[in-house]
Design a protein. Structure first.
Length: 91
């Protein structure tokens, strides 16, 4: 008797977990500067901080990092969405 494998494609979607926030960190790329604002979920405040730094120093270039908690969902045809799992507690 032989073993048979059956594969089926399963579609998934990925997005930001609805109970999480996007956090922004940044740092100035001007040589020797080292300026960085505090990590924040207030994206407008972070942008304002960078523009203020540019206004005071003339440094126009920053590296920005956005971080979120991703949620991958399996998509099934003709089925309702599965419940959203809670965010794990920090370790």
């Amino acid at each position: 008797m032989s073993t048979r494998r059956v594969f089926r494609a399963v579609q998934h979607a990925i997005g930001t977990h609805p109970q999480s926030e996007i956090t922004l960190t940044a740092h100035c790329l001007s040589a020797g500067c080292g300026w960085t604002p505090a990590a924040t979920a207030d994206l407008k405040a972070a942008g304002l901080a960078m523009m203020t730094h540019t206004g005071r120093t003339g440094h126009p270039t920053f590296a920005r990092t956005y971080e979120d908690v991703a949620l991958v969902r399996r998509l099934e045809l003709n089925e309702g969405q599965a419940g959203i799992p809670p965010l794990p507690t920090p370790r």
